[in-house]
Design a binder for this molecule. Structure first.
Ligand SMILES: [Zn+2]
Length: 155
């Protein structure tokens, strides 16, 4: 597990690799903005390294911060092979719920058929679709902390 501070420190160092490209900022504030963009868009130290690898491999000029965001979006956050998706449950089509028909037994509606939603209880060979994980990071906070860290570094 990488702390935000470790990621920031790494990104500040990693941005220096862009000095191999033309138009690398000679000004510390400019370099700080590049580091901030990398911290903001990198998911991990490994991701940050691969983003800079991609920039060095494809760019002749040092990109502006906005382009670092673009490259970061194109570099996968993880290189781990994705597990093959499990076959969606044929009963509930992966939703985890299906409808069940039942007959009302008592009262004025006795004998009428109704449907209700029930948990599917998918067979073990199938899995309900997974709910996507929410991104709980606070990008604004991360950016402001990153800029403070970058300023400290660049002094
Ligand atoms: Zn199911």
């Amino acid at each position: 597990m990488t702390t935000l501070e470790e990621l920031q420190d790494f990104c500040v160092e990693e941005i220096r690799r862009l000095s191999a490209l033309s138009y690398y900022p000679s000004d510390a504030f400019g370099r700080g903005e590049l580091a901030k963009a990398l911290v903001k868009h990198a998911d991990s130290i490994d991701h940050a390294r691969r983003i800079v690898d991609a920039i060095i491999a494809t760019c002749r000029q040092c990109p502006p911060p906005a382009d670092i965001a673009v490259v970061a979006g194109e570099v996968p956050a993880t290189t781990a092979k994705q597990a093959p998706p499990k076959r969606a449950c044929p009963l509930c089509n992966g939703s985890g719920f299906r409808t069940r028909e039942y007959t009302i037994e008592r009262g004025v509606f006795a004998g009428e058929k109704r449907t209700e939603a029930v948990r599917c209880g998918c067979p073990p060979s199938a899995e309900p679709a997974t709910v996507p994980k929410l991104d709980t990071r606070d990008p604004e906070l991360a950016a402001s902390v990153a800029s403070a860290a970058a300023r400290r570094r660049m002094q």
